[in-house]
Design a protein around this ligand. Structure first.
Ligand code: SF4
Length: 399
């Protein structure tokens, strides 16, 4: 394996990616509709909401994918990223009841659970030799304050110093700050000093308060989501950001969501990765959801790559969209497929059938088959190594 280090701002992106992109764009023929977008990129003009609408309505999905893939290749060449991680969901008990959520339980439900710090560490110990990141999100527990999480993060950091802690969505941070009677900034500072490395960015759903009132009433507002991430970035906590699509939102609302994230990223430089994923309907209470087809998922990923020039990475979240579509998405602008994961509840309770037992060799095969070079990364996209799978053992000749 060959390793290298990048800066947090570049996150391994080629500093010359814009000129690489322009050269590539000039060498290709484009349809009349996409030529409008290509011309704006060649003229260094920022793409607008109308441009986003044009991209979403582009009839030729494959040409749209080619445009997104040229962005990805200008930034990273043929590299595609993954990490060795495990998901530990600390509790499914939640004081809210978002209509799209198949994971949450009331405190009296038969299958409600809340891992004590010791139980959590025991769970993590099963995977600790193989992972360098733990991803933890969960319900809004009615009693756990910032003290509980600070102790948890301190214990993880002390016992497993090689494991980065990527944990807590914006609404969890808001809930902790209210329970603990602290400001958002003080809450984040205490968690950071206990060992929190980054925020996973979940819970953005659609950053439109009308949509939020219907699908996740009581959650943080659009502005609060953005403000919490801004505060995290200001104290040096990087984060990912997400978009849940295929519920009740319009195309315009998707574009506005993406552009709000682009603007915040432009101000702070703190978003590492954008993770768009479709709504999965099992066991949820959203019968009016429009749902997303495979082509629509690829379209959202491609449009996101083209619009989000201020966020380095676009993730094809295989836990949600499945391995087959994640592999295709690597040719539609995505450059990351998350990680080994090992165990996952939130998407699987909602209907995901993505296998959880992938090892590094299987992930690297998936990336290779997409025509890309597998690169193992750390949580914050600063340390990298090309992954070369071990050669298969030679067969002994038959006696
Ligand atoms: S999405 Fe999060 S906040 Fe909403 S009900 Fe589920 S666990 Fe609770």
């Amino acid at each position: 394996m060959t390793g290298w280090v990048s800066t947090a701002a570049l996150a391994d992106r080629d500093p010359q990616w814009k000129s690489n992109l322009k050269q590539a764009l000039m060498q290709e023929p484009w349809s009349e509709s996409l030529q409008i977008i290509v011309d704006k990129i060649l003229d260094d003009k920022s793409l607008t909401k109308d441009d986003g609408l044009l991209l979403f309505s582009e009839p030729n999905l494959f040409e749209l994918g080619r445009l997104a893939n040229l962005h990805k290749e200008a930034m990273y060449g043929r590299k595609a990223y993954f990490n060795s991680n495990v998901h530990v969901n600390q509790t499914n008990i939640c004081v809210l009841a978002c209509r799209f959520c198949a994971f949450r339980r009331g405190p009296k439900a038969d299958d409600a659970y809340a891992l004590s710090v010791d139980d959590y560490l025991e769970e993590l110990s099963r995977f600790s030799p193989y992972v360098n990141e733990v991803h933890s999100v969960g319900g809004l527990h009615p009693d756990w304050t910032v003290e509980h999480y600070a102790e948890l993060f301190r214990r993880i950091s002390a016992e497993y110093p090689h494991i980065s802690i990527k944990a807590l969505t914006a609404v969890e941070i808001k809930h902790l700050s209210q329970l603990s009677n602290l400001s958002i900034k003080e809450t984040l500072l205490q968690l950071q000093s206990a060992g929190l490395t980054s925020l996973p960015g979940g819970g953005a759903e659609i950053l439109d308060d009308g949509v939020r009132a219907i699908i996740c009433n009581g959650k943080e507002s659009s502005q609060e989501y953005l403000d919490i991430h801004r505060t995290a970035h200001e104290i040096g906590l990087p984060s990912n950001c997400t978009m849940l699509f295929g519920t009740i939102e319009t195309t315009t609302q998707r574009i506005e969501h993406i552009l709000k994230l682009r603007e915040l990223a432009s101000d702070t430089g703190g978003f590492q990765c954008f993770v768009p994923y479709p709504f999965l309907p099992d066991s949820t209470r959203l019968p009016m959801a429009q749902l997303s087809t495979g082509q629509e998922i690829l379209r959202v990923i491609a449009v996101s790559r083209i619009l989000l020039d201020t966020i380095p990475h676009i993730k094809a979240y295989r836990m949600n969209i499945g391995d087959e579509l994640a592999e295709l998405a690597l040719q539609f602008g995505a450059d990351d497929i998350d990680g080994t994961v090992q165990q996952e509840s939130i998407m699987h309770l909602a209907g995901s059938t993505t296998p959880l037992t992938h090892d590094l060799q299987q992930l690297s095969k998936l990336i290779n088959d997409a025509g890309c070079v597998p690169v193992k990364r750390d949580t914050t996209y600063t340390e990298f190594e090309e992954y070369v799978p071990p050669k298969p053992a030679k067969r002994l000749p038959m006696a």
